[in-house]
Design a protein around this ligand. Structure first.
Ligand SMILES: Cc1ncc(COP(=O)(O)O)c(C=O)c1O
Length: 359
């Protein structure tokens, strides 16, 4: 017997969002970022739905790239964190995976391996996560090319592009341009989702949209639909109990919410064991019978409580939207002190994904 707690996945909305990214990328081509199981939507499903739109995919690691091949997709795939051992270079060459090289310790692997996969150099333009110093890029490109390695691209990643007021993105772009300007034959790539929305942002040859494909806003304080994006995942459950609380009665663990007036309370069959954030506080909206109502008390592993006082007739069995077209995931994330990326990738395996349209 199913529990009616499901994540509905709308692949038409995914395709709409890809087209939006592509339009914003201008003359650059948008490579679909599908890491972390397609941001929780299902890697093969998401990649398959974009197969005729995107020319290549970007993933974090080799396992994800292999999963794309196993699902029958033959597009080039960029491994944004590169490989983790020299051995993996052979598979990358054989499968047409493009390897990002970001650190000194990876160079001897390329020098000693008989494999010659296509390589992109990662530039540390200021985020200080991965990448070579800008001043060293030309020398690394020349060195690898002398070894017969095809160095075809360079990329960097922005630290603050989600904040439209930040000057950092422009500074990082300038450093990246300076680092790569004298090197022939490189495709350049800088833009994550948020950079697609920055006026005047150079996009170069390839952009790398991730979160925007799934309908969430990449910009601080903005909702996906404000940016022309459509939610791809709707997290849905049902009421499984409705009860009346008298003044002074509390709800759930720690008695974190107490009725100050007579209250009709509903229990919803979803909790942090499904990936709903435990830190979503009192007042986080959910939707029942077309009305936004507030979450009350602490989220449990398998349940959460909502205040149904404003919905006469609400009853066990009523569907509840936790996030989706009416309850923005960006709003839920803000209430829980996190970001939509964490919510989407955190929906657990216990929640069946129901896909529309079915393939
Ligand atoms: C190197 C790199 N490029 C692109 C992306 C896509 O970013 P977003 O999901 O913000 O569009 C990520 C995501 O973390 C990334 O690590």
């Amino acid at each position: 017997m199913p529990r009616h707690t499901v994540a509905r996945i709308d692949l038409e909305n995914l395709r709409h969002n890809y087209r939006r990214a592509s339009e914003l990328a201008g003359s650059a081509r948008a490579m679909a970022v599908v890491k972390a199981d397609g941001y929780g939507h299902g890697l093969a499903r998401v990649a398959g739905a974009l197969a005729d739109l995107t020319e290549r995919y970007a993933v974090a690691c080799l396992e994800e790239a292999v999963a794309l091949r196993e699902s029958g997709l033959s597009h080039p795939v960029l491994l944004m964190e590169g490989v983790h051992e020299a051995e993996d270079l052979k598979l990358c060459e054989a499968e047409g995976f493009i390897v990002a090289v970001h650190d000194q310790h990876q160079l001897p692997w390329l020098e000693s391996s008989p494999a010659r996969p296509e390589v992109w150099l990662k530039v540390n333009s200021g985020m200080n996560r991965l990448g070579f110093a800008p001043a060293d890029i030309a020398a690394h490109a020349m060195h690898l090319r002398r070894l017969g390695i095809r160095v075809t691209g360079a990329m960097t990643h922005f630290a603050c592009a989600d904040d439209p007021a930040s000057e950092r993105t422009l500074e990082q772009t300038r450093r990246f341009e300076a680092a790569t300007s004298g090197i022939e034959g490189l495709s350049l790539s800088v833009a994550n989702s948020s950079a697609h929305f920055r006026d005047g942002q150079p996009m170069f040859e390839w952009s790398r949209p991730g979160i925007m494909l799934y309908g969430s806003s990449p910009l601080l304080g903005t909702q996906g639909p404000d940016l022309g994006l459509k939610p791809v995942m709707t997290l849905e459950s049902r009421l499984i109990a409705v009860r009346e609380l008298a003044v002074g009665e509390a709800v759930g663990y720690g008695e974190a919410w107490r009725a100050t007036s007579p209250t009709v309370m509903g229990m919803v069959c979803i909790g942090y064991g499904d990936g709903y954030p435990r830190h979503a506080g009192n007042g986080t909206p959910v939707r029942v019978r077309g009305t936004r109502v507030p979450l009350i008390g602490r989220v449990s592993m398998d349940m959460l409580a909502v205040d149904l006082t404003e919905i006469p007739g609400a009853a066990a069995g009523d569907p509840v939207e936790l996030w989706g077209p009416h309850i923005g995931i960006d709003e839920v994330a803000a209430r829980a002190g996190t970001i939509s990326y964490e919510l989407l990738t955190g929906v657990t395996g216990r929640v069946p994904r129901l896909v529309r349209p079915q393939s």
